[in-house]
Design a protein around this ligand. Structure first.
Ligand SMILES: [Zn+2]
Length: 233
């Protein structure tokens, strides 16, 4: 411990999420036993135990096979298709980018594992609602074709074709909406169309996905309807 201050600075983000400053982390054990001050310290520690992954300067643990989204299947993308990072500390995550892959789920998984593809999304959603996570959320996946957007976003790829409305099944919408709602909860992102965008809306892109058949009204309604339990880790 290099500091023993109990100063805690935190702010509420527009989505209700809270960010805790480095000073909170550095609260020293020597403050214990000081009555009210100690209570404050313990309260801060209790908050820390739940918020550790939002703290700056911590190289977060990475264990093979760990997913950010409960229930997702881990399938590692090639390391050439994403960049090591420490989000949300080095980059604020405030966007979810929706993609349609112009192919099958298997196609998406295959190309994201291919080092020559030079692109991958964090997640791939199948027609039946199955979800693969291929890049950790703390890392920067190359999916938006725009560096600042890659750094600020989580990318969700969907099986199917922009020209085929039948690509987008009820199971897919619902699974994707649960995923997006969970991401929004994790990072305090508002569940609206300003923050949940299509690839087509990324500045400078020549991509059109998810296309005109993607039902945004339905999707946002589903995302807002999801009740996400607070993370307690
Ligand atoms: Zn796309």
């Amino acid at each position: 411990m290099s500091e023993t201050t109990s100063e805690t600075t935190s702010e509420t983000t527009p989505g209700g999420g809270r960010r805790v400053s480095r000073r909170t982390l550095l609260v020293g054990g020597s403050a214990a036993g000081l009555g009210a001050a100690a209570v404050a310290v313990y309260a801060a520690r209790d908050e820390l135990s739940r918020m550790w992954w939002r703290l700056p300067g911590i190289d977060k643990p990475r264990k093979a096979g760990v997913v950010d989204q409960p229930g997702a299947e881990w399938i590692a993308a090639s390391g050439a298709n994403w960049r090591w990072a420490d989000r949300p500390d080095d980059y604020v995550i405030d966007r979810v980018v929706i993609h349609v892959v112009q192919g099958s789920y298997d196609d998406a998984v295959r190309v994201f594992r291919d080092p020559g593809h030079r692109a991958a999304a964090h997640y791939v959603v199948r027609r039946d609602g199955h979800i693969a996570q291929m890049v950790r959320e703390l890392d920067v996946a190359f999916h938006a074709g725009n560096r600042p957007y890659n750094e600020r976003s989580i990318g969700i790829e969907h099986e199917g074709f922009v020209s085929e409305p039948r690509s987008f099944t009820d199971a897919m919408y619902r699974a994707s909406a649960r995923l997006t709602a969970s991401i929004c909860e994790r990072y305090g992102i508002p569940r609206d169309r300003e923050h949940i965008v299509g690839h087509v809306e990324v500045p400078g892109t020549d991509h059109t996905d998810p296309g005109r058949h993607w039902d945004w009204d339905r999707y946002i309604r589903l995302v807002r309807a999801v009740r996400v339990p607070r993370t307690s880790t």
